[in-house]
Ligand binder design. Sequence first.
Ligand SMILES: CC(C)(COP(=O)(O)OP(=O)(O)OC[C@H]1O[C@@H](n2cnc3c(N)ncnc32)[C@H](O)[C@@H]1OP(=O)(O)O)[C@@H](O)C(=O)NCCC(=O)NCCS
Length: 147
Amino acid sequence: MQIIAVNIENTKDIKNIMNLIHDTFLSSNIQDSTEGLIKRMKVLYSPENDYTYTLAHFKKSTLFFVAKEQEEIIGMIRWTKDKIINLYVTQKYQWQWIGHILLETFEQAAKKLWSTIIQLKSSKYALPFYAKNGYIVDHHNRLIKYI
Ligand SMILES: CC(C)(COP(=O)(O)OP(=O)(O)OC[C@H]1O[C@@H](n2cnc3c(N)ncnc32)[C@H](O)[C@@H]1OP(=O)(O)O)[C@@H](O)C(=O)NCCC(=O)NCCS
């Protein structure tokens, strides 16, 4: 397994990342999500939608990494300004420390960009994962970690 920075010009990878987010959201998160979030996820990541709309969002990423097994994209993490926007590991590969390695790679890169704090709004599903990785809830109900 390799962690690599995303090449935003690689259309095949961009479409595979969209599929990964879409399918993992359906398998792991949909039961805990509001109607509004489900709608937003469909608009952004449904494979049948025009990918250029999603690409415009992806282009706002300050840091964007994927985990690849051979040529298959099995995980991704994306950060815009000071917030983790997406962290997904495809269901088949979950619980094998890939999420942890993605998060650690990302934290080291964020530190180099002079960030001192990571914040995010976690899915219910991922709360124990973030707790294991040193994230705590602040008084705005966000998850944060000082790095
Ligand atoms: C959250 C997610 C990225 C974790 O990735 P992962 O590769 O499965 O996690 P890891 O294997 O690196 O887990 C690291 C530790 O967290 C624990 N952990 C991971 N997911 C967990 C969960 N859902 N519940 C409880 N503990 C969990 C693991 O047990 C492991 O600790 P251990 O080795 O001491 O047991 C992955 O489950 C996922 O894609 N979930 C769906 C999308 C999502 O909710 N993303 C977060 C959006 S903010």
